[in-house]
Design a protein around this ligand. Structure first.
Ligand code: IPM
Ligand code: MG
Length: 391
């Protein structure tokens, strides 16, 4: 084959590839010199930045903040915790600045310790918006939030899963830096680093140990994506050696999606540990058993920052149809449970989790349907706070 005719395109592609690798090597060096996790108890003030986001985001985020302020009233009063509004993480502003996260918003985020974030709209090819990166993905990378932790519980079916999704690498690391080499040939890239795999694995195995969970299931496609997924698997197994009491099993992502619907098999899963993209896919599927993505929240944890959000999108259609006020705040409230636990208020986290279980699983005096046949987001927030007061 004559590749001479492509010489210029190949040269350009190699330059782009080199720039990608250089940036990733820089990231590896930064990971090597990273400090330890923040000790929130040692801070004078824990600053919680609140970004409403797009679509139903501001409605459900506001409700989660109201419940958090209710639970943290004493801490807010004495200045241990403060909430800070961060405007500007909207699709309009991001388009105007042509940046996934405008610089001034990034500065505000970095001045906080914790972020409570509503869903943001992600432009995609062909929708007429500029091709800016998802704000979620940009934030996870910029704040190095390497662990995306997504719990799913359906007690009556024996489902108690915690998905540990690697959050800064895989197909997401340079997801917006793929390119067309020629009119016919396009390339995207997937990245795995030893440091990246090691740190997410450590967090997942630690979680299993601390919570008395005796199984960690690794999910990859190492049979096909041999190098990056293969390394991820190998690095997880190395970490697993330090946790001899925990069983490690391996699943390919395709069969894992099938086994999650296998009622007998799925109750044996506890901690599910996977690279970024499989974690994204599997966590939506898993949340479906719990009542849908609207019911699921997650933690994005890094050594310096942490961000808590819903696992679903901004639902612009609900806003267009005038239904935003009927949006379900449960995803953000579940995220709030994780936030409280992360900053050291485990008792308050347990209280909120318990109140949410009463409101959504046992008592269910109000139901959310996403339209005027159900409760409003605000009424539901009041219902949760009423339960909290009665506890
Ligand atoms: C999620 C979302 C995001 C992701 C999107 C909005 C980019 O699906 O948080 O799971 O793919 O990570
Ligand atoms: Mg997703």
């Amino acid at each position: 084959m004559q590749t001479e005719i492509y010489k210029n395109q190949l040269d350009t592609a190699c330059e782009k590839f080199r720039a990608i690798l250089e940036a990733q090597l820089k990231r590896v060096e930064a990971m090597k010199s990273q400090g330890d996790f923040v000790d929130y108890s040692a801070l004078d003030t824990i600053k919680i930045g609140v970004c409403g986001g797009d679509g139903i985001g501001p409605t459900i985020t506001h409700e989660a903040r109201r419940v958090l302020e209710f639970l943290l009233a004493d801490e807010v009063a004495c200045g241990k915790v403060t909430f800070i509004d961060i405007d500007g993480l909207t699709i309009e502003n991001r388009i105007a600045k042509n940046k996934a996260i405008p610089d001034d918003v990034m500065d505000e985020l970095k001045a906080c310790h914790i972020i409570l974030k509503g869903p943001t709209t992600t432009p995609q090819k062909g929708d007429g918006m500029p091709n800016i990166e998802s704000a979620n993905v940009a934030m996870r990378k910029a704040l190095d939030l390497f662990a995306n932790i997504r719990p799913v519980r359906v007690p009556e079916e024996g489902i108690n899963w915690t998905i540990f999704r690697e959050n800064t690498e895989g197909g997401y690391a340079v997801g917006s830096s793929g390119f067309n080499v020629t009119d016919d040939l396009a390339c995207d890239f997937t990245i795995t680093t030893k440091q990246g795999s090691d740190r997410i694995a450590r967090l997942a195995y630690d979680y299993a140990r601390k919570n008395g969970l005796d199984r960690v299931s690794l999910v990859t496609k190492a049979n096909v994506i041999k190098t990056t997924d293969g390394n991820f698997l190998e690095d997880c197994h190395k970490v697993a050696e330090e946790y001899p009491e925990i069983i490690t099993d391996e699943w390919y992502a395709d069969i894992m999606t099938a086994k999650l619907v296998d009622k007998k098999r799925r109750t044996s899963f506890k901690v599910i540990l996977c690279p970024n993209l499989y974690g994204d896919i599997i966590s939506d599927e898993a949340a479906e058993f719990q009542g849908g993505v609207g019911t699921a929240g997650c933690a994005n944890i890094g050594k310096k920052y942490a961000m808590f959000e819903a696992i679903h999108g901004s639902a612009p259609r609900m806003v267009r149809e005038g239904r935003a006020k009927f949006a379900d705040p449960c995803s953000m409230l579940r995220a709030a449970v994780m936030l409280l636990s992360h900053i050291g208020y485990q008792e308050k986290a347990d209280k909120l989790e318990c109140a949410l279980d009463v409101c959504t699983l046992t008592e269910k005096r109000l139901t959310i349907t996403g339209r005027d046949t159900g409760a409003t987001c605000r009424d539901f927030g009041d219902y949760v706070m009423e339960k909290l007061s009665n506890q």
